[in-house]
Design a protein around this ligand. Structure first.
Ligand code: 26V
Length: 803
């Protein structure tokens, strides 16, 4: 069924009219966007329905990806593209005197996540659908997404992100599939008249979980999967008990806001409520859906795989046990076998402060029955482990320790598979963070290096590059990313090199225009665009980047006649609202930018741009224009990184420590086509173990570094109120937790190599070409294929039908 431009125009007009009862010519941009979005949603609804029906009719195994965070980005263009409608729609809109780009800007970018973890979940949703793997997302429909970031005098301020203000055309409220979630109260076990033990509750807080479903559209394959986000409401039959607005608060607040902290575990009761709310509704709805298959309960693991994205949804394990024990009346052994075979877990961080631990008292009060089950899981674990492995390991791996519930331990004990997100990260899990568990269950551990969807991050974000690739190597790479390697054959082709340089230049020009429009800063598109985009955290070391900029600025001031290669440093980063040090780093970078961008001695040689409110939509604008990808975390700290993959695929050269997936980037593209610096993770471990790191000593002995650091505190940078001192202090007087000073010298050297190479445009572009051509292994399609084959044991739908 192909849609003609004429038919589209006719249908669009009538869609608009039916919604607003006047002509589209009178419509506001938001209204036109809404009409177009709903038009596309109607268009795909048949595939959505048929995909669902197909899964049930063929009793296929389905995956449920449980995640507290999703960062889907805008969906208008990507849905139209995956459906094969994009060109028709663009043309039709033009004929009606509109442009898709303009309407698109009216779409809210749902910021239902903090960073890498949430964006990965959304790349995975795209790949699941595009591969035709029966896969569903399960999460929370936060009323307010991650805060909107503004800079006031260079300081971050946070504003609410009311993304649902103008309605969300993609979602469908599904009142037929609500669930009840119970909190608190008293619970006891009682034999019922059939002789089964039954859990009895009194005085619970009952919360209605209402699902909102969003279509996840596969790439030209007629598959539409489901992302189910839950919203908390007062149960209809209890409405009369809630007399005042205030009384409804404890329920409504459950799905009101996303926690904006991705680095510190906060022992907040509300967060635990959110986790259980999502988990309980999700598991109930899965088990209810399973009944449609008319199969025995022991077959659940043959038809259902539940994935636990970080520990946040780990309560899936006791919740599934609860339902199988209390409602299905299975024995503990039967229930455990089913649960364990169904669940799998991914770890996304080794940061100790991010590993979730809940006070036992809090868990007991809020989730009494769940706590009873966790206690029993723990007891049985201890009873089987201690006699074989001894008390020490048993104690170190127990779920209940020192008054807390260790969620990572619960996730590991209750899952048949545990994976890290890059080779090095998985090794660190096995050798350090989860070492004792690796001894107990070596067969459960495996690596699944992250990936990204090329559809959003290349095809749509970088049409110039996509066109060039299509022209040179044909369109096969779009369905089969490994074909990208064919592009390597053009490495020595002068014409292609020039064309590729032109594509990059045009992208940079576009970003330069945007920067000028947004911030009034004029940047030279011929300069090196040096990009660091990620959450602001000390371990990611934006302050190392900042020190290099400061060093360069001082160099320009002191050596005005030196020949500098012009550079534009671009940042995008949010700091958790309570993370003072991260906010101080933002302020220092902003004040430094203000100084540099307005210094007539500097001119084009150096510019610094810090974008406000970094998110998926901004990333789509920045990434295609990047020359340098800054991946400078302290080795061992960054689990994987995914902006590194997006930037590589768009032809940026990576400047990196050997951390996370940077190591795999090096394996694929070769060391000579990137810039590596700094300590290796082995050296970091050794340095930590030696315990003799002395940052002050480095400060005192390295003249260049001292000169740079002193500029943080001697009024070189106007507008600071102690933030320069704070950074100086942490690096010099508090022994520099993330070894910034240790890596400084080698970072500067790597930066000098960047300048030298950039002087040779062809050589630079050749390396850029090799990066693009080597980026295929980071396709999320491959990552998902490996999850599907190794962990979930779920086949692509078409294969399940055949077998
Ligand atoms: C922790 C917490 C703690 C409590 C409050 C809310 C909250 C939200 C998120 C997190 C964990 C963040 C973990 C995370 O985002 N890890 C990142 O995962 C990426 C995808 O695997 C990976 O590329 C990054 O290296 C890793 O930092």
């Amino acid at each position: 069924m192909t849609l003609t431009v004429k038919a589209f125009i006719k249908e669009f007009k009538s869609q608009f009219q039916s919604m607003y009862a006047y002509s589209y010519k009178e419509g506001s941009t938001e209204q036109l966007y809404n009409a177009l979005g709903l038009y596309i949603k109607n268009y795909l609804s048949r595939n959505w329905k048929e995909t669902k029906e197909d899964y049930v009719e063929n009793s296929v195994k389905q995956v449920y990806y449980f995640s507290m965070e999703f960062l889907p980005g805008r969906q208008l263009e990507s849905n139209a593209y995956n459906l094969g409608l994009l060109d028709t729609i663009k043309e039709g809109l033009n004929e009606m005197g509109m442009s898709l780009e303009e309407l698109e800007e009216a779409e809210a970018d749902p910021a239902l996540g903090n960073g890498g973890l949430g964006r990965l979940a959304s790349c995975f949703m795209d790949s699941l659908a595009s591969l035709g793997v029966p896969g569903n997302g399960n999460g929370i429909r936060y009323q307010y997404g991650l805060f909107k970031q503004k800079f006031v005098d260079g300081y971050q301020v946070e504003l609410p992100e009311n993304w649902l203000r103008y309605r969300n055309v993609w979602e469908t409220r599904n009142d037929k599939s609500t669930c009840m979630v119970k909190f608190g109260g008293n619970v006891w076990l009682e034999k019922n008249h059939l002789g089964y033990m039954e859990a009895k509750y009194e005085n619970t807080l009952n919360v209605l979980a209402v699902p909102y479903d969003t279509p996840m559209v596969g790439y030209r394959n007629n598959v539409v999967n489901n992302l189910r986000l839950w919203s908390a409401e007062i149960p209809v039959e209890e409405e009369e008990n809630y007399h005042t607005l205030e009384a409804t608060e404890p329920i409504k607040e459950i799905t009101q806001v996303l926690y904006p902290d991705d680095s510190n575990y906060e022992g907040r009761l509300l967060r635990l409520k959110q986790e259980y709310f999502m988990v309980s509704a999700g598991v109930q709805s899965i088990l209810r859906h399973y009944k449609k298959y008319n199969l025995p309960r022991k077959n659940i693991p043959d038809k259902v795989a539940i994935h636990i994205n970080d520990t946040h949804p780990a309560l899936v394990i006791p919740e599934m046990m609860r339902i199988l024990l209390d409602e299905e009346h299975l024995s503990w052994e039967q229930a455990w076998e089913i649960t364990f075979k169904t669940c799998s877990y991914t770890n996304h961080t080794i940061l100790r402060e991010a590993l979730e631990k809940w006070p036992i008292d809090m868990m007991k009060d809020l989730l009494p029955r769940i706590y009873m089950i966790i206690e029993e899981i723990n007891q049985r674990f201890v009873d089987t482990t201690a006699p074989i492995y001894g008390d020490r390991i048993t104690w170190q791996t127990a779920i209940l320790q020192n008054g807390v519930v260790n969620m990572a331990h619960l996730a590991v004990i209750g899952s048949h598979s545990i994976n890290g997100v890059a080779k090095l990260h998985t090794e660190i899990l096995m050798e350090d963070v989860l070492k004792d568990f690796f001894e107990l269950y070596p067969e459960r551990f495996n690596n699944k290096t992250n990936g990204i969807t090329q559809r959003r991050w290349m095809h749509l974000a970088n049409p110039g590059l996509t066109r060039l690739l299509d022209e040179k190597i044909g369109e096969e790479w779009k369905k089969n990313p490994s074909e990208l390697k064919v592009f390597k054959g053009f490495e020595q082709d002068e014409k292609t090199i020039k064309e590729l340089a032109k594509v990059k230049f045009e992208n940079k020009q576009r970003l330069a225009d945007y920067i000028e429009e947004l911030q009034g800063i004029k940047v030279n598109p011929k300069a090196i665009f040096d990009v660091q985009i990620k959450r602001l955290h000390a371990y990611k070391r934006q302050h190392l980047n900042m020190l290099h900029i400061l060093y360069r600025y001082l160099d320009i001031k002191e050596n005005p006649s030196k020949d500098f290669v012009p550079r534009v440093f671009i940042f995008g980063a949010k700091a958790a609202p309570s993370y003072m040090y991260a906010k101080q780093i933002i302020k220092v970078i902003n004040s430094l930018a203000e100084l540099i961008n307005n210094d007539p001695d500097v001119g084009d040689k150096l510019k610094v741009v810090f974008f406000e409110n970094y998110g998926v939509s901004l990333a789509e604008k920045i990434i295609p224009a990047a020359d340098i990808s800054e991946q400078i975390s302290l080795a061992s700290m960054e689990a994987s990184g995914t902006s590194n993959m997006k930037l590589m695929a768009n032809g940026a050269l990576t400047l990196a420590t050997l951390d996370g997936a940077n190591i795999e980037i090096k394996d694929f593209v070769g060391e000579e086509n990137m810039f590596i610096f700094g300590l290796s993770s082995k050296e970091v471990y050794e340095l930590k173990a030696a315990g003799n790191y002395n940052s002050k000593g480095i400060y005192e002995s390295n003249e260049k570094l001292r000169h740079t650091l002193d500029a943080l505190t001697n009024d070189t940078i106007p507008g600071l109120n102690g933030e320069g001192y704070a950074v100086f202090d942490s690096l010099v007087n508090y022994n520099d937790e993330y070894f910034v000073l240790k890596d400084f010298e080698s970072y500067i050297k790597a930066q000098e190599k960047v300048d030298a190479l950039y002087r040779n445009t062809d050589e630079w572009t050749r390396k850029s070409l090799l990066n693009i051509a080597s980026s295929a292994p980071f396709s999320a399609d491959y990552t998902i294929k490996r999850y599907a084959d190794d962990i979930w044991k779920v086949k692509q739908h078409s294969e399940q039908k055949d077998s």
